[in-house]
Design a protein. Structure first.
Length: 147
């Protein structure tokens, strides 16, 4: 079972993704959002910017898991942990559709890294339940930019 605090905070972290998706789907919402929040906080802009930030943030989470290992296993963990941030840095930025595709690939790849750290006992036992839930919602929201 996912502890309450990580679950609530993880779900709260979805708010910008869900808001960005809503501004793509609900007529009139983008215009209201631009007036109320500014153009960076609607549609593709918020989805891609926040997706990039979260992918990079997750590198730090994985780095923290790598600290639980030692020796060569730790070195491999540290090396793997920087991949999501590097992926976001080098791959995102070629237009909304292309960036969304690369972010989706990044989040799917991150899920594989999450599983690897979890499988090694470096992540909490509930980690994959949380990550699958959050990643599924993130991929669906980003997918709206691809269709």
């Amino acid at each position: 079972m996912i502890p309450r605090a990580p679950l609530v905070l993880g779900l709260a972290g979805l708010i910008p993704f869900l808001w960005g998706a809503a501004t793509l789907l609900v007529p009139g919402l983008p215009e209201w959002g631009v007036r109320a929040l500014g153009p960076r906080f609607v549609g593709p802009f918020v989805l891609l910017q926040y997706g990039t930030i979260i992918l990079a943030f997750m590198s730090g989470v994985l780095w923290g898991f790598a600290t639980r290992a030692s020796g060569e296993r730790a070195a491999v963990g540290y090396a793997l942990s920087v991949l999501p941030a590097l992926w976001a840095f080098f791959m995102v930025g070629g237009g909304p559709k292309t960036s969304a595709i690369y972010l989706i690939a990044g989040f799917v790849g991150l899920l594989a890294l999450d599983w690897s750290f979890w499988r090694q006992g470096l992540a909490p036992e509930w980690w994959m339940q949380l990550r699958v839930l959050l990643s599924t919602i993130v991929v669906i929201c980003l997918g709206l930019l691809v269709i």
